[in-house]
Design a binder for this molecule. Structure first.
Ligand SMILES: *[C@@H]1O[C@H](CO)[C@@H](O)[C@H](O)[C@H]1NC(C)=O
Ligand SMILES: *[C@@H]1O[C@H](CO)[C@@H](O)[C@H](O)[C@H]1NC(C)=O
Ligand SMILES: [Zn+2]
Length: 444
């Protein structure tokens, strides 16, 4: 008020050139004051909040890009600054990313080929990346994850993306757990012999119903027993619903958005959101433009619409972020790489999300789910490793060595003789030799 009056009196007694100089100077002062009071403090508030509650992101496919662009040769690049991708250490730090679930993904085309080997190689590259760089730290439990924040590290969690990686084998699942895998998406874009994908891209293991088979339930039970988070992104709604009924622990959608806002098959309908809430699970919103606006372009307000909707339906305590950088091609304007998360948090603050709700979304919800998964693991610790095997007929696969006559159950007329044959000394000798040989190879 006072400065306006002074400005007006000065103006009346001034030659015009000096007036323009003065008003220009006023303009500069006023506008920088404005940005100090409004723009800057808003941004400072976001950075302050994110420093106290740095992000745990649910899904990133950097390992896939390392394979595609560099053939997994880490020695060729400096992970502090990687061109052609949206993820590197410098930008993770700028974006207040404290923990990242790194997907170990292999294409569905490998399902009946070498998916297990390819998965092992992706686990290897994530483990190398997260142990060779001081800024990263590989973590395998909720306490380690919390501790890594105090140590100012970016925590790496390993997540298998697609059940085809375990080749329908619970022992393989357990060995992946031993290597540090703490989450698995039950499918990618292909059905497995035991769970169903949201995508119809691959015409494999089709079935009318039974979207989670008996063996599929055994996979979920074994993941519960191990303390591995079940991830339902990419599964069909039928499979998701069956898992939500069956799982003893909370589950996650590591990178999916709201179907009510954008009706893409990868997104989650409200009906499933309600079931997810009952399960105490988490939906980590995917930022890929096509899942956000159902078009190739999107902006931050489209993304915030997903957050607002999901909050309205099941509450902020069920939401996280799983951006899907490196796995998807187009991202909303202003959210192009891992340094940009603060812009999203700023938009949500402007939409009256409280700091408490945002602290939940940024990390506390994920920590709660991880801790509950570990609590269920502890409760189930009296159970022994599951010895359930998929019926041979359900997982026919040309790359599987046949250790016993196939389709044993499907030879009704010959059943008794074939099972006698199976138990004959020659067959047992062959089986023993095969097992001995394969155990020798394992040792090497
Ligand atoms: C990253 O590398 C590019 C060249 O590849 C360089 O232009 C850029 O300045 C580097 N950025 C940082 C933060 O070091
Ligand atoms: C986002 O795009 C929509 C049009 O699709 C537009 O109405 C809206 O103003 C945009 N928001 C921002 C923040 O740019
Ligand atoms: Zn995905």
């Amino acid at each position: 008020m006072r400065s306006t009056r002074r400005f007006l009196t000065t103006w009346q007694n001034m030659p015009s050139s000096r007036f323009w100089m003065m008003s220009l100077r006023h303009l500069v002062v006023v506008s920088s004051l404005c940005s100090l009071i409004f723009g800057y403090s808003e941004r400072d508030r976001v950075h302050d909040l994110m420093s106290r509650y740095p992000l745990i992101d649910g899904h990133n496919d950097l390992a896939l890009q390392l394979r595609k662009l560099h053939d997994n040769r880490l020695s060729q690049i400096d992970l502090h600054n990687v061109s052609k991708v949206a993820t590197d250490i410098t930008r993770l730090q700028a974006g207040h990313v404290q923990a990242q679930m790194f997907a170990v993904y292999v294409m569905c085309g490998a399902q009946e080929k070498d998916a297990v080997r390819l998965t092992l190689e992706q686990i290897d590259v994530v483990r190398r990346m997260c142990t060779e760089y001081q800024d990263f730290e590989l973590v395998t439990s909720a306490p380690e994850l919390k501790n890594s924040e105090l140590r100012r590290k970016i925590a790496c969690l390993i997540s298998i993306e697609g059940g085809h990686s375990i080749d329908s084998s619970l022992p393989a699942l357990r060995m992946f757990y031993q290597l540090g895998v703490r989450s698995m998406a039950l499918t990618h874009t292909c059905n497995t012999p035991w769970a169903e994908s949201s995508s119809k891209l691959y015409n494999v293991y089709q079935r009318q119903k039974d979207s989670l088979t008996r063996f599929g339930k055994a996979v979920v039970e074994e993941m519960n027993r191990l303390g591995m988070i079940v991830d339902l992104s990419h599964t069909s709604w039928g499979t998701a619903s069956a898992v939500l009924k069956h799982s003893k622990a909370p589950v996650i959608f590591s990178h999916s958005s709201s179907y009510a806002i954008c009706d893409h098959g990868r997104n989650v309908p409200d009906k499933l959101l309600h079931e997810l809430k009952k399960n105490r699970g988490l939906i980590m919103v995917n930022l890929h433009s096509n899942f956000i606006s159902c078009r190739d372009e999107a902006n931050i307000s489209h993304v915030a619409d997903h957050f607002d909707h999901i909050k309205r339906v099941i509450g902020a305590e069920s939401i996280g972020i799983g951006a899907d950088f490196e796995g998807a091609v187009s991202f909303p304007q202003g959210l192009e790489d891992v340094s940009k998360y603060p812009a999203l948090i700023q938009e949500l603050l402007q939409r009256n999300w409280t700091e408490d709700e945002l602290a939940d979304v940024l990390r506390r919800n994920f920590l709660r789910v991880f801790e509950e998964v570990e609590r269920v693991r502890d409760q189930l610790s009296v159970n022994r490793p599951s010895e359930i095997q998929i019926p041979v007929a359900e997982a026919q696969n040309p790359c599987r060595m046949v250790l016993r006559p196939p389709n044993l159950r499907e030879l009704p007329s010959d059943q008794s003789s074939s099972s006698r044959a199976h138990q004959s000394p020659e067959a047992l000798l062959i089986l023993a030799t095969v097992l001995l040989l394969s155990s020798l190879f394992m040792i090497e």
